[in-house]
Design a protein around this ligand. Structure first.
Ligand code: CP3
Length: 348
């Protein structure tokens, strides 16, 4: 056996080498379902204080690794640190989600800063360096940002919305102003991701949580094109940068997203059609996903069955086992343990 102990199974999959047991992590793996997270969160005060205190951010990043021995750690932060660093007001109200100053008229967009204050984001880079120092070398470290479309939906509306109507309307009515928002996020996200790579991230994920509400033409313009520019901008400086895209809800548009953006992997939600993914996505890139977060709450036989479905659908190819979206706060820890045991027992 000549196993190199510093090989990261997670990165192997992204480099095109399927692993016999799929590497495993969970979106939002640091969070309220963990008592140790709630403890640090209470000490930090506000949510943004948690993100911008490197000691605390590093600690909560490592908590799920210690508990579950996942194959990847994701730096604890939020996609809304970019609007925050652009000088927008960003607050997280308990139980209500994010609140921003709405950027919903061309006049207001005229006042948008071109460049983020990177001294604020330096605290995220410091958290990454801390995690890197403590992390087992076999475990990958993920940096991330929000895709411009998804970040813009919060900036325009000023809060989360069920259908992202304010951003969709602005894109139709004021395409120039909306383009300025998107371009600003693109440029700053490139610099932010490069900073994360420099601080020790092995791989980057671009979260486009609200991609699925766009008609195909708008999807191309506001999700695919800006993501492609971010991927190109990062690779101009770091040609072999590994990048995972997550255009949630993209469904049958996934093959064209993968082809156009040049990502190394896509994260897929639980509703995606398996044969389309196998034949038109997994034949090109690695796939990450796609357990329904609700079945992880339900547990029992339904959980076992759903885990087996993900494995039988995708584990014959390049797979990173994950959820189809973030873990929810009410998820029992025992069910996460059940999932980890079952995935790791896979014999493929
Ligand atoms: O995955 C991880 O463990 C890393 C941390 C992470 C957070 N947010 C921490 C967080 C990541 C990768 C994100 C991404 C994020 N943030 C997305 C895209 C991914 C997704 O889940 O769709 C979006 C849309 C946001 C914006 C955001 N941040 C919302 C809508 C909310 C409120 C909803 C909620 O779950 O409370 C947040 C707050 C937030 N970000 C929390 C965490 C752990 C909960 C805040 C708390 O602890 O009080």
């Amino acid at each position: 056996m000549t196993q190199n102990p510093t090989v990261k199974p997670f990165l192997e999959v992204l480099s095109g080498r399927r692993q016999p047991v799929p590497p495993l992590w969970m979106m939002r793996q640091a969070g309220r379902y963990l008592p140790e997270y709630r403890e640090v969160r209470a000490k930090a005060g506000g949510f943004l204080d948690l993100c911008f205190t490197p000691e605390f951010a590093a600690e909560v990043t490592l908590q799920p690794i210690r508990r579950f021995n996942f194959d990847a750690a994701i730096i604890f932060s939020d996609i809304l640190v970019i609007p925050y660093a652009l000088g927008r007001s960003v607050r997280f109200e308990a139980g209500e989600g994010p609140r921003l100053d709405p950027l919903d008229t061309p006049d207001k967009v005229g006042t948008l800063a071109a460049r983020a204050d990177f001294s604020k984001l330096e605290l995220v880079f410091e958290a990454l360096r801390r995690v890197r120092r403590e992390l087992d070398p076999k475990i990958a470290l993920i940096g991330f940002c929000g895709a411009p479309w998804t970040v813009a939906t919060y900036m325009v509306a000023g809060h989360g919305t069920p259908d992202q109507a304010p951003a969709r309307m602005m894109a139709y009515r004021h395409p120039e102003a909306f383009t300025k928002i998107i371009d600003t996020i693109v440029e700053n996200s490139i610099q932010y991701l490069l900073g994360q790579l420099k601080a020790g991230a092995d791989v980057l994920q671009i979260f486009d949580t609200w991609a699925g509400v766009l008609p195909p033409r708008e999807f191309q313009r506001w999700s695919v094109e800006p993501t492609k520019r971010i991927v190109e901008g990062v690779r101009k400086q770091v040609p072999d940068a590994k990048i995972i895209g997550f255009p949630r809800g993209a469904g049958a548009l996934l093959p064209s997203y993968v082809e156009a953006t040049g990502v190394n992997a896509v994260s897929i939600d639980w509703a995606t059609e398996p044969s389309l993914i196998r034949e038109r996505v997994q034949n090109r890139v690695a796939v990450q996903g796609n357990l329904d977060p609700l079945v992880l709450i339900a547990g029992g036989a339904a959980l076992d069955r759903s885990i087996d479905d993900v494995l039988s659908n995708y584990a014959a190819g390049r797979l990173i086992f994950n959820l189809g979206h973030g873990i929810q706060p009410e998820t029992p820890i025992a069910h996460v343990e059940q999932m980890v045991r079952r995935v790791r027992a896979y014999k493929g």
